[in-house]
Design a protein around this ligand. Structure first.
Ligand SMILES: [Fe+2]
Length: 155
């Protein structure tokens, strides 16, 4: 099965509780995806995991503020759609699940794929008025981007 990204995005966007204008919504997911693809050119991250993280990590938010458990709910949605819209080996799915569940509560991770997911998300903090901080980045590319005020695809 090859992933039909367009159909997958359509499904996830349609079920998103906060609507398309949400600050944590689809426009943010697209920027995270682009940031992640850009970071992965030097981090060696698993691109499919990074793209799926971008789509799912905030997809089950129910409010715009501190929303406990939204990462876990996003991971659960990813699990429900696995095998229907996309395939992913267990080891890669474990990383996707971990990255979604812990993306707001953990800071750093040594695994290049998980670190890239989190850095890609944090490089888009400018949307909520927070400058990305290099000390919160896991990858050298993320640190570099934050240190130099780069938000490579923030618009
Ligand atoms: Fe996010």
């Amino acid at each position: 099965m090859s992933t039909d990204w367009q159909e997958l995005w359509k499904f996830v966007v349609a079920q998103f509780p906060c609507g398309s204008d949400s600050i944590h919504g689809p426009e943010h997911w697209r920027r995270v995806e682009r940031n992640g693809v850009w970071l992965a050119t030097s981090t060696g991250a698993d691109l499919v995991v990074v793209r799926l993280f971008a789509l799912f990590h905030d997809s089950r938010r129910v409010n715009e503020y501190v929303d406990d458990g939204h990462g876990l709910r996003g991971a659960n949605l990813a699990g429900q759609l696995r095998g229907k819209f996309y395939e992913l080996p267990d080891s890669a799915f474990d990383k996707l699940e971990y990255a979604c569940i812990w993306h707001t509560e953990s800071i750093h991770h040594d695994d290049p794929t998980i670190g890239t997911c989190w850095d890609a998300d944090r490089l888009d903090l400018g949307r909520v008025g927070t400058l990305p901080d290099p000390s919160f980045m896991s990858t050298n590319a993320g640190k570099h981007a934050a240190r130099h005020g780069l938000t490579p695809h923030a618009s």
